[in-house]
Ligand binder design. Structure first.
Ligand code: SAM
Length: 273
């Protein structure tokens, strides 16, 4: 199992030289092409820094707390037998910590047939987050590489034959082609670990088709301190309002490093009349 060095338990990387940044902003304020170049250069530096932190094992969530919630979820979905447990889906992977923890929970529960799917841009947050209203969100934040994540999963003991990383922004990867390519079917635990409403909402819509009877849906960024309108809670609220075929029951929270992190629900598909 991986015991990569753990960096500061912060979701947000420190920003270097903020005063210099302000001066640069003022200097290019009158020249849109220069402003564009500066924005792109900053994004490139930000991605480089996140990639470096991701490669050296930064964890942006508390692995033990999440593993505990995974164990509870697996206990519930396997209560009528291991053969009732379908795939694990994760939308929002960063450098793979939650997949590693899910794999440990699966091994402990003897559920070694469950496949794990991880969807992520691996380029971090999209450019559109700069217009979404949170000063903490920046394009390229959480960037990693597919190779880094695969390496971390291998070091963490996640079997390659049962784990699949699907690279790209959700609007390009959450498609019928992906479903067909991987012969995706029933899912029993679904982790939506993106902070923005604009990503969490389509992620939930995509995941819904795999809840054939019941699943635990874990909203990993439930307690991210952003206004309701732009965050994951709105995505879940709207999703449930749009899908009366699902009945939800509360499945509790789990902790992050410095505050509550995620919240889970048991979703059951209602019998058709
Ligand atoms: C909070 S991190 C996930 C943390 C992760 N579960 C872990 O174990 O560390 C959120 C991830 O969502 C990804 N992401 C955000 N918006 C996305 C989108 N529209 N399409 C694909 N990935 C996206 C980011 O690249 C980032 O890796």
């Amino acid at each position: 199992m991986s015991d990569a060095p753990e960096a500061a338990p912060s979701r947000f990387a420190p920003r270097p030289l903020p005063g210099v940044g302000r001066l640069l902003d003022q200097a290019v304020g009158w020249a849109p092409p220069l402003r564009y170049l500066l924005t792109e250069a900053r994004k490139a530096v930000r991605k480089w820094r996140w990639r470096r932190m991701g490669a050296t094992g930064l964890r942006v969530l508390d692995p033990e707390a999440l593993r505990g919630k995974f164990r509870e979820a697996l206990d519930w979905v396997a209560r009528d037998g291991a053969d009732k447990v379908g795939d694990y889906l994760e939308l929002g992977v960063f450098n793979g910590t939650s997949i590693i923890e899910m794999n440990k929970a699966l091994s402990a529960a003897n559920l070694n047939h469950v496949r794990m799917f991880g969807f992520d841009s691996f380029e971090g947050m999209p450019d559109s987050v700069s217009e979404e209203g949170s000063a903490n969100w920046e394009p390229g934040m959480y960037a990693t590489t597919l190779e880094t994540v695969r390496r971390r999963l291998n070091e963490g003991g996640v079997p390659e034959a049962r784990s699949f990383l699907i690279k790209g922004f959700f609007d390009k990867t959450c498609t019928p082609e992906t479903v067909a390519r991987y012969k995706m079917g029933r899912a029993s635990v679904i982790m939506i670990d993106v902070e923005q409403y604009t990503a969490a909402r389509p992620a939930l819509e995509f995941a819904a088709q795999f809840i054939t009877d019941e699943a635990v849906v874990i909203m990993g960024a439930w307690y991210t301190p952003v206004p309701y309108e732009i965050g994951a809670q709105r995505a879940y609220g709207e999703f449930m309002a749009a899908h009366p075929e699902f009945q939800a029951a509360d499945f509790g929270s789990y902790a992050g490093f410095d505050r509550q992190a995620g919240h889970a629900y048991k979703l059951t598909r209602r019998a058709q009349a």
